[in-house]
Ligand binder design. Structure first.
Ligand code: FAD
Length: 427
């Protein structure tokens, strides 16, 4: 059959439209997953969705900073076991190898009705599913006299970055015979054993220098603390007479701090230190609260089967910001929760199916070189939150070989989680 020019043009038009329309429709229909926070939870969920869906989902990662300095293993940096570069990571591989769109900037609000994240510069980023993993914010005035400005004199170093460096420089300036004070936070907070690992690390650094006349005094608002028997045994063994822990029944309550005097005023006495490490109370990162996703505890209730917010069915909340039942707030936990969230998001958007949620957590703490202790558990979704189904903890009096294996396992874990969050270098 011979085609007239007009009929050919018509057919060509239809054909072009026929080819073009599904492409446009497909592009528009490509689901959009937006993640706020590129830390242990957020970077992991971004990578797991992007790697499983290879281009079928638009994944956008919003992160306030161009680089991520991990709080986990910051004590290893402070102890001189590794350099700052080794706890600092970039997002390049997530962009180049996984096709994730990286937006460097602060998210300031969530328009839940319109399903869009509002950025500091006025930009709006639309989503079909949103993951919030902003970590914690510090409640500075939970300690009277403490503030963001006071943190320059009495560093908390409970967020990775400049504070971590400041704490190390202040530790390195301590001279033999001077005191260090630590004021740990009340529960619940990021990484329960970390203030006590930090005390061990301070003592290690001072002991290496021969500064064994220094004292590290811990003025705790809590009556007991994580891995207490293990730490206290280790302090006695490696740093005799250097670390003193006072609970509220001894100091009677922390009344205030005086940053310029380097003083912590308690009901019992006024303590002075050349270095004062104040770690205030904590809550979910501000964006979670401003989006109306937190409850009266300051943290965000979630469905333990999926990590979905109990308050918004298009939003998932993972990591330190969520209320994770029996799971403590750790990078290991955030990474584990991220994988459950990724599975459910893929299932909802791509129909890929979801298995029952299983979570795990292991937290190692260094007491001295080659001597680390650990606590860990497996978890499942229960009727009223994430529930521990089996757990383990190191014992006092363990042989040195076992502690050395823990120490090596911890170092191996750091490499493994870094690759799991950011993609293996060159990967
Ligand atoms: P984060 O990892 O803190 O990530 C949050 C990210 O969100 C940050 O990069 C932040 O910049 C970004 N962000 C926040 N708000 C916004 C916004 N509005 N817009 C854009 N970006 C935003 N855990 C372990 O498992 N093992 C350990 O050995 C361990 N040791 C620790 C030692 C110390 C001293 C401390 C303080 C913590 C330790 N942790 C450890 C705990 C661990 O650091 C946290 O539990 C973990 O990082 C939580 O992950 P997350 O994704 O919730 O938050």
């Amino acid at each position: 059959m011979k085609l007239s020019r007009r009929r050919f043009s018509l057919l060509a038009g239809v054909a072009t439209a026929g080819l073009a329309m599904p492409r446009v429709a497909r592009a528009q229909a490509k689901p959009r997953v937006v993640i706020v926070g590129g830390g242990a939870g957020g970077a992991t969920v971004a990578r797991y969705i992007a790697k499983e869906q290879v281009g079928a989902v638009n994944v956008t990662l919003i992160e306030a900073n161009a680089e991520f300095t991990s709080c986990f293993f910051s004590n290893h940096y402070i102890g001189g076991y590794r350099d700052f570069a080794s706890i600092t990571h970039r997002y390049d591989t997530l962009v180049s190898s996984y096709g994730i769109s990286l937006v460097t900037g602060r998210a300031v609000a969530v328009d839940r009705a319109a399903k869009a994240v509002m950025m500091h510069d006025g930009a709006r980023i639309a989503y079909d599913r949103l993951v919030i993993s902003p970590g914690i914010d510090l409640i500075y005035d939970s300690v009277s006299g403490y503030s963001e400005a006071a943190a320059e004199l009495m560093p908390h170093a409970w967020k990775g970055g400049a504070q971590t460096k400041l704490l190390k420089s202040k530790l390195d300036a301590v001279r033999n015979g001077q005191n260090i004070l630590i004021v740990p936070p009340p529960n619940p907070y990021r990484c329960p054993p970390a203030p006590y690992e930090r005390a061990s690390i301070f003592a290690h650094v001072l002991t290496v220098k021969g500064y064994t006349d220094c004292k590290i005094i811990i003025l705790d608002p809590k009556e007991k603390f994580a891995k207490q028997a293990l730490f206290q045994e280790g302090w006695q063994k490696y740093y005799p007479g250097m670390i003193e822990w006072y609970g509220p029944d001894v100091h009677g309550g922390i009344e205030s701090v005086d940053p310029t005097a380097g003083a912590v005023i308690t009901d019992l006495d006024t303590f002075k230190g050349a270095l004062v490490n104040v770690i205030p109370a904590q809550r979910a990162g501000e964006i979670a609260a401003s989006a109306g996703l937190a409850d009266g505890t300051g943290y965000c209730p979630i469905d333990p089967h999926s990590m979905k917010s109990q308050l918004d069915k298009s939003i998932y909340i993972i990591g330190d910001a969520c209320i994770a039942g029996d799971m403590s707030k750790s990078a290991f936990a955030a990474n584990s929760q991220a994988k459950v969230a990724a599975m459910h998001i893929r299932s909802e958007l791509m129909g890929s199916g979801a298995l029952p949620a299983e979570y795990s957590n292991i937290c190692w703490s260094v007491i001295e070189t080659d001597d680390a202790v650990k606590v860990g558990a497996q978890y499942r979704a229960g009727d009223d939150g994430i529930k521990s189904v089996s757990s383990f903890i190191s014992h006092t009096g363990e042989e040195a070989g076992l502690r050395k294996r823990n120490y090596d396992d911890a170092i191996g874990w750091y490499m493994q989680i870094s690759n799991d969050m950011f993609g293996a270098p060159g990967g």
